[in-house]
Design a protein around this ligand. Sequence first.
Ligand code: SAM
Length: 384
Amino acid sequence: MTPDARVQTAAEILDRIAAGEVAERALTTWARGARFAGSKDRAAVRDHVFDALRRWRSASAAGGGASGRHIMLGLLRLDDADPDTLFTGTRHGPAPLTEEERSGGAGPEGHDLWDLPDWLCARLDAAYGAEAEAVATALRVRAPVTLRVNTLKADVTSAVRALADEGIETAPNPLAPCALTVTANARRVAQCTAYGDGRVELQDAASQAVVDLLPLAPGARVLDLCAGGGGKALAIAARLGGGPVEAWDADPGRMRDLPPRANRAGADIRILRAPQDAYDLVLTDVPCSGSGAWRRTPEEKWRLSPERLVQLQAIQDGILDRAADLLAPGGTLAYATCSILPNENDARIDAFLDRRPGWRSVLRRQFLPGPDGDGFFTAHLMHA
Ligand SMILES: C[S@@+](CC[C@H](N)C(=O)[O-])C[C@H]1O[C@@H](n2cnc3c(N)ncnc32)[C@H](O)[C@@H]1O
């Protein structure tokens, strides 16, 4: 595909997403019907679409409209590219710019540059004050690709060397000792040997840092109550020298990949039909807005509503209450979100402490999205 055809394709996919289709599905549907598109074309179209979703509001302002065509026009202007070199009217490319399009578009200014809906700009303002703009704009750029060295199978030095042998360059990540930021050839990771044999996992560095903060004595009985794909359960198992870690999820289908992942990693993860009790540590990595990771799922920032946030808060409260009853005396209840919204973080912990006299929080930490990792929040709760 020519560069202009990629832009036209991205514009059409953006129109489908604006009409309500999920981004991944819109991309897959296009790819299935586009036999002519090679892997580089698919990657380029995907990059256009995700860049546009991250900067939808500013691109719309710069492009002078909300259609996929306007958004792609605005994106090129934001990136100081000359739209006339791509809007040329070739067979598969976008039609040449009209006079109206050429003179349209302005700015972006003010909250347009935050690339969030107004209600979320207000929430961030209230939460972070002078830092709010930096938090919002951190979500406008691509997320780093980060690996966790699986200490059950390798040490950091040998993993770095094995990756470099396959052309994958990495740098140490300050958020976690086993975290490596991929600095070159990130697209090769999924096919490389070190990933295939479980020496490295893909995991955000702040997610790793959340696990590093957990109090894990040798032999601790641990439950991951919202195990999902098992990213944190596997990291816990590594800290415990292999496990065991008990895993449960309200949606067992979310744990489908966990047995093969655990096998590859050399970790003992025991999937439960029902959570038991008397755990030394229960991790609740609760469902949330995902706002700390919106660089990876940018359509979510436009789809989240205040009503959905309230629903999520109720789910988070319910999970905390359930987990509290599964602990052994002296055990720790660990709460985690990949959210930057206080309603899902400090406010949930404060509400829990209000509901449960005799409990105290012994740790709270907010990680903000940045070059090293996503936004995460974690808190540790104990019965006094
Ligand atoms: C943030 S994801 C977990 C990610 C996972 N811990 C990881 O590190 O890869 C949240 C998970 O909570 C699960 N969940 C939703 N409601 C739940 C509930 N009431 N109890 C337990 N898990 C729930 C979801 O199915 C989802 O898999």
